[in-house]
Design a protein around this ligand. Structure first.
Ligand SMILES: C[S@@+](CC[C@H](N)C(=O)[O-])C[C@H]1O[C@@H](n2cnc3c(N)ncnc32)[C@H](O)[C@@H]1O
Length: 201
């Protein structure tokens, strides 16, 4: 585990991005993010987007957002990930702490992908996160959730989000859960990744 962290902490950016292009970015959920989700977000012309949790394989997505003229902000509690955050707009904090770390800013879109079960592990912390994200959004702002059902089962099941959000059907359409059902990994395994979109009410 430690040597893996050393790899993404020290290896040159280009090497890691080359590696990402040939591995994780070929997975069905990453293709969905790159080819469907991000273009749909960009098409809405948001002013400010906050991406929670960064890594070497989120770089391409972040660049696409920034090159579209959108102000990208990022946050991750792991200080070793700073190199993968948005330049001068990255904060070392959890999703639940964004209110105090981004004073004055509100976000039109918040991306919470691949974080549930990878550090944000409990419903209690997710509830705090819903509250923190809602506090940083005007009505109409979108919270995009992407999660691996093997790691965190259905983040909407508790209903805690309903204090601040309604389910959005505008960005990705109507169906809740299973947006990737039918998609498979290259080796034939079914994808277990789901996406859902909430709109600030
Ligand atoms: C699997 S990685 C990649 C996440 C990335 N957003 C993606 O699209 O794949 C998970 C990241 O989430 C970060 N993380 C863990 N707990 C978090 C929290 N409570 N809030 C925000 N980020 C968190 C970890 O430090 C790690 O860098």
């Amino acid at each position: 585990m430690i040597w893996r962290a050393l790899v993404w902490t020290w290896l040159p950016r280009q090497v890691l991005e080359y590696y990402a292009d040939r591995t994780i970015l070929r997975q069905p959920d990453r293709i969905f993010i790159a080819q469907v989700l991000i273009p749909k977000i960009v098409a809405r012309r948001p002013k400010r987007v906050l991406a929670l949790g960064v890594h070497y394989y989120t770089q391409r997505m972040q660049r696409t957002i920034e090159r579209s003229g959108i102000e990208l902000f990022t946050a991750d509690p792991d200080a070793r990930k700073v190199r993968w955050g948005a330049k001068s707009r990255h904060r070392v904090c959890t999703a639940a702490e964004i209110k105090s770390h981004f004073p004055g800013a509100t976000f039109d879109v918040v991306l919470l992908n691949g974080v549930l079960g990878y550090g944000l592990d409990t419903q209690e912390e997710l509830d705090r996160t819903y509250r923190a994200v809602a506090a940083k959004m005007e009505p109409g702002g979108l919270l995009v959730l992407g999660w691996d059902d093997n790691m965190f089962h259905d983040p909407l099941a508790s209903g805690a989000h309903m204090a601040y959000f309604v389910e959005d059907e505008g960005l990705l359409g109507k169906s809740r859960m299973g947006r990737l059902s039918g998609l498979r990994h290259e080796d034939g395994r079914p994808a277990t990744k789901y996406f859902d979109v909430l709109r600030r009410s």
